[in-house]
Design a protein around this ligand. Structure first.
Ligand code: PNS
Length: 160
């Protein structure tokens, strides 16, 4: 049984993230999505909110679970008996950071491999940051994430 973890900030998840999760769920027996609780950063959504949002979005995929985590991704991988860390690659601009992260993780945990999935072309431009910026200025979010997520984002921005 090959278990993969997919760590990230997911603040909040976009169609790009959901595409990676769905495709990883086909290649691996189990996918554990890890939502990073980073006390050094102030995300828009709390870790509990980000986990809830993702849980609802992947409810129809039986071999995917969503969990919060703190600390190193490789430790999260080990705790979940995962052999693989999955990351999405959108463009060459992602590559340097992703390669550095993958190599660091390999030094820390040679038994855990990083597997990159190339983001589907229609989401190659998309990021949570871009989606939040469009939301802030009242733009149309329908191409960026499912309605439950964009509604939660609009509500969060209204409350601020
Ligand atoms: O969605 P993001 O913000 O691009 O995800 C980045 C993430 C969470 C995968 C990365 O910051 C991470 O792995 N953080 C945990 C700390 C860690 O393991 N650092 C060592 C690798 S550089």
């Amino acid at each position: 049984m090959v278990v993969a973890v997919y760590p990230g900030s997911f603040d909040p998840a976009t169609y790009g993230h959901l595409d990676i999760i769905r495709r990883a769920s086909i290649s691996f027996d189990k996918v554990v999505v890890g939502v990073l609780h980073n006390s050094a950063k102030t995300p828009l959504f709390s870790v509990e909110e980000r986990v809830n949002i993702l849980e609802k979005a992947v409810i129809d995929i039986p071999n995917v679970v969503v969990k919060p985590f703190e600390g190193l991704s490789v430790n999260f991988a080990r705790e979940n008996h995962a052999q693989v860390i999955v990351r999405g690659l959108r463009a060459v601009t992602d590559f340097e950071y992703e390669l550095q992260m993958a190599q660091t993780n390999r030094v820390l945990a040679p038994d855990v491999d990083t597997v990159f999935l190339t983001t589907s072309l229609e989401y190659a431009y998309l990021s949570s940051t871009i989606m939040k910026e469009v939301a802030l200025f009242g733009g149309d979010l329908s191409r960026f994430a499912p309605e439950e997520i964009t509604d939660a984002l609009k509500q969060k921005i209204r409350k601020r």
